[in-house]
Design a protein around this ligand. Structure first.
Ligand code: FRU
Length: 485
């Protein structure tokens, strides 16, 4: 693993020429994704600024151009007509002001009439490396570029620590007000959410208070990327608590959870109905963000980062890592959250015939799972050994996924084996494999499991036991992956 000095990590990008060679090299990697948004070079982490505006989906991601390292963060901007085909637009936000001198950190977007407005965290550090997080704004200008407001909207609260970031804006129609949910850490190191509101998106913001979430006053030391979305009348609080381990999640201290409940803007209380659930049971999923301006009140659309903070991935050696998840549709049915792959993704299915027993490097697989115990091994070697192994135990209704059999192992000290507890018996699997990721949807959306995988040349088989009806399609490329900076 390469050691980076602070100067290297926080180097400013002055010209695209500085990363052209790196791009040419990264592009050759066999692990480049083909239908997932990924960084042109370096590291991509959180999805940012996700919204539908004038028929175009805008999405940005946290980007560090120089390599697979968390250093000076930019927003990189991509657009799509359908959430399936993605085009690179270049840098969205660069850390070029004093108030964001050490990073344009995570944030969101919302389309308001003719305007698409963005909110982000300006990560300022002084010469003693003391941090001041500013909540800043930008808008999409006539050239289709993000243009910053001259000054931040507001600064940090003195009664919370330096961890105050990730403004997610929502509009509350009934109250005629915009709300910002800001991830924070209290002075006594509790993870929490600060709420601000304004009548107008780009001015007049006032602090409303800390969001109360009864029963969850101590769930980790920082809540990153929090927000509330209403789906079919149920409020869903989504956030990424960190600095704590959680049952069933190995040694990981970064999680992405949701709670169903009721949001009361009068008392600033989110009352959960039941406990928290994992948004994704996989090894690599974090900082998910829902799109703004989704026209259908019965669904939300969500993208997560395939990756975790503090973790290391094999493509670090190639100076890039991370990708966005496939966008997902979230619905609430019978008091439960269902997550399904973005509709329309079927159009990527190719007519090309599949080689018997051979897993294409970008494919979709659907399996009708018979009753009883069940095994599905993906990326096995010719002799059937190794791979990403899924075992379903009917008695406990638990799927166990084990990636320790893969040639390329990573984050072994965090976890290599995880369980997916199901409420219903396992009856169906829908699996999306790209060159360095796998996303498994269980029982039409009851649970999802996302993981990075880096199969070597000899890992391309699969085995289903007992035999079960399945379908397999190669998927076509849908991200342009062009050098646009
Ligand atoms: C989450 C996060 C955010 C922050 C961003 C910086 O992964 O730590 O809280 O804004 O990443 O890249």
């Amino acid at each position: 693993m390469r050691e980076w000095t602070r100067d290297e990590r926080y180097r400013v990008l002055h010209s695209p020429d500085e990363i052209r060679e790196l791009y040419d090299r990264v592009k050759l990697s066999p692990y480049r994704q083909t239908y997932h948004v990924q960084p042109i070079t370096g590291l991509s982490s959180d999805p940012n600024g996700f919204a539908l505006h004038k028929g175009v989906w805008h999405l940005c991601y946290q980007w560090c151009p120089w390599g697979a390292v968390h250093g000076l963060k930019y927003w990189y901007h991509v657009t799509s007509p359908d959430l399936i085909h993605w085009k690179n637009e270049g840098i969205g936000l660069a850390p070029d002001r004093d108030y964001d001198n050490k990073g344009t950190h995570s944030g969101s977007a919302i389309s308001v009439g003719e305007e698409l407005v963005f909110f982000y965290t300006g990560n300022h550090r002084d010469e003693n490396w003391v941090r001041t997080p500013w909540t800043c704004a930008a808008f999409l200008n006539a050239e289709g570029k993000l243009e910053k407001l001259p000054e931040p909207l507001f600064g940090p609260r003195p009664d919370y620590t330096e961890h105050q970031r990730d403004p997610k804006v929502i509009y509350n129609k009934a109250r005629g007000r915009y709300y910002i949910f800001l991830g924070a850490q209290s002075a006594d190191k509790r993870g929490c959410v600060l709420v601000y509101s304004s009548e107008k998106p780009l001015e007049g913001w006032r602090f409303e208070g800390e969001l109360k979430v009864p029963g969850f006053e101590r769930l980790g030391g920082m809540w990153e990327c929090p927000y509330v979305v209403n789906i079919s009348g149920t409020d869903v609080l989504i956030f990424s608590p960190q600095y704590t381990t959680l049952p069933g999640r190995g040694a990981s201290t970064n999680h992405n959870v949701y709670m169903l409940g009721k949001m009361d803007f009068d008392t600033l209380t989110f009352t959960p109905e039941g406990g928290y659930h994992f948004l994704d049971y996989g090894f690599d999923f974090y900082a998910a963000q829902g799109a703004a301006n989704v026209p259908d009140p019965d669904k939300a659309i969500l993208v997560g980062w395939i990756g975790l903070p503090d973790n290391h991935y094999p493509t670090e050696e190639e100076d890039w890592e991370g990708s966005m998840s496939l966008p997902r549709e979230l619905r609430v049915r019978d008091g439960k959250l269902l997550q399904t792959p973005i509709s329309g993704v079927e159009q990527l299915r190719s007519d090309e015939p599949i080689r018997l027993g051979f897993l294409p490097s970008a494919c979709e697989m659907q399996v009708n799972v018979p009753a009883g115990d069940f095994d599905l091994n993906l990326f096995t070697r010719d002799d059937g050994s190794g791979g990403l192994r899924l075992h379903y135990d009917e008695k406990t209704r638990t799927c166990t996924l084990d990636r320790s059999g893969m040639d390329k192992r990573f984050n072994t000290n965090v976890f290599e084996v995880l369980d997916v507890p199901l409420e219903e018996p396992l009856s169906s699997l829908r699996i999306f494999i790209d060159r360095s990721s796998a996303e498994l949807f269980f029982n039409d959306g009851e649970a999802v499991f996302t993981t990075h995988v880096y199969p070597t040349e000899r890992e391309h088989g699969f085995e289903i036991t007992p035999d079960a009806p399945f379908r397999l399609w190669k998927l076509e490329k849908s991200v342009t992956d062009e050098f646009v900076v």
